[in-house]
Design a protein around this ligand. Sequence first.
Ligand SMILES: [Zn+2]
Length: 369
Amino acid sequence: MAFPITRLRRLRRTAELRNLVTETRLTPDSFVYPMFVCPGEGVRKEIGSMPGVSNLSVDEAVKEAEQVHALGIPSVILFGLPEKKDEVATGAWADDGIVQQAARALKREVPGLILMGDVCLCEYMSHGHCGIVKASPQSLGAAAMDVLNPVHGIVAAKTEEEKTSAINAAAAAAVRAAESNYEIVNDASLELLARTSVSLAKAGIDIIAPSDMMDGRVAAIRKALDDAGLINTPILSYAAKFASGFYGPFREAADSTPQFGDRRSYQMDSANIREAMREIELDIEEGADMIMVKPAMPYLDVIAAAHARFDLPLAAYQVSGEYAMIEAAARNNWIDRERVMMESLLSIRRAGASIILTYHAKDAAKFLA
Ligand SMILES: [Zn+2]
């Protein structure tokens, strides 16, 4: 039945009618708010390229989390800025690491809030890469074996001295790597990622969210969690994480810019959607409970394809660059901030993500209230 019998504008006439027939609804229940925790007390340091988002000391993070929870947002995801960085990301897996401290405080002070823990090594590595770095003049397999030894040494270290010497050995390997061809070693990095995950879960993190893009990390983390008796801790895997220019402001926020090279040898090529499906499929086989696509807006087709193909809960991360673009344009009065913010979130939901990680979570929740 075509025009004039059919007139689609009939159902657009009033706000009430439009609301009745809306296909996609946003609620704060689907939001996750990212937070950057740093050492100190009373620290609230705004990130220049992300107005409204700050590095927070643990006490300030508690205040922030209370606000977030009161707005009806069910979850936060924590990133850490450690006191110091080294070549084996000690700050990621140490029991007194910054995120571990924050997790304990948040569990105690805001018990109803779901705590997600981003699991990666870049924020804790002096070179800023997501895994262990190794010079690779020889075959890749041999390089992987060389770097495993210092890592085993660190894990097995009984005394401070043994630990220090193992860390120094790894540091020397990383310096050589920076000066020559280097490789981000996959299998040795898994050990540290698994160790980090167990440490975070023990500190009170409810959901482990690995974002490193090493092969096999979901299986390694699942096994380590299970071996530690943490059988009920779910894994939200950053399954399809693309090497993206939209991460720029985050690197300021988390102080995690790689000191040399880039992340293209482990994060995905923006051009590949079929490979993204393989990445997701593998993570599901390895035991992921939920999957994520990151960034969100430039990859809505990937979100839609993942939604059509997989039945796991699907998350999307609206990243720092997406946030920064909206904020910067709004500050120039080039766009209507609220309208574009809500439209961008709606597009991510419409594409099929049921969970949205976004720096706009608080303002969007206020708008929806
Ligand atoms: Zn990383």
